[in-house]
Design a protein around this ligand. Structure first.
Ligand SMILES: [Zn+2]
Ligand SMILES: [Zn+2]
Length: 205
């Protein structure tokens, strides 16, 4: 009996009740059918993101949870509203503030209940919401966020924002193009070694 208590202490220590995403189900009891609603305002954990967009660490998350005791565990259904920050994949400008709302559901099996080895479990009366929340949020993130659907992106030549300078062209600024204009008789041609006759023409002006 003393050994059992020690084991229970060990497993309890794996979940930190001070972690805001670790939820205590003690008040729910284990009577199937009992239900509790929990609202949480918690700071976002790290790494709830993909390369181009995500939830800034520490940003406020609003969570509404419904905890329901079922035969073999606690069924948790939830909705989370999270702020996002990122950059437009076309113009690389920061995105305007936006929010994402996701729903999720997970069954946390009681510690002494048979279940698949990797099934999420209660540890004592506690469960860790972070993995299911992270999965729900990350899967819902846009893979290629844009600041506007019609964002023009960047000029491939110079990197300028095309939306700010739509008529933007590089034809006259390109020295190779200027040289071609010269060959075909443009007045801006500079004298060059292989254009002796044209150099004469220029001198007549
Ligand atoms: Zn953009
Ligand atoms: Zn350009």
């Amino acid at each position: 009996m003393g050994g059992g208590t020690a084991l229970r202490q060990d497993t309890l220590e794996r979940l930190d009740h001070r972690n805001p995403l670790v939820v205590d189900t003690r008040e729910l009891g284990r009577r199937p059918g009992s239900m509790r609603k929990v609202s949480l305002d918690v700071p976002a954990p790290a790494d709830m993101k993909i390369e181009v967009i995500g939830v800034p660490e520490g940003a406020p998350l609003e969570l509404g949870l419904r905890l329901e005791a079922v035969m073999d565990g606690v069924l948790v259904s939830g909705v989370a509203t999270v702020p996002l920050a990122g950059e437009c994949v076309r113009c690389l400008e920061p995105l305007a503030e936006r929010e994402l709302t996701v729903e999720f559901q997970e069954l946390y099996v009681y510690p002494d209940e048979d279940a698949e080895e990797d099934a999420p479990r209660l540890v004592g009366d506690l469960f860790d919401l972070e993995p299911v929340l992270r999965d729900a949020v990350v899967l819902a993130l846009p893979l290629s966020p844009v600041c506007r659907e019609d964002c023009g992106g960047l000029c491939l030549e110079c990197g300028a924002l095309l939306d700010e300078d739509p008529g933007h062209t590089h034809e006259t600024a390109d020295p190779r193009w200027s040289a071609l204009q010269g060959l075909f008789g443009g007045s801006t041609a500079e004298a060059d070694d292989n254009g002796a006759s044209r150099a004469d023409e220029n001198q007549e002006k």
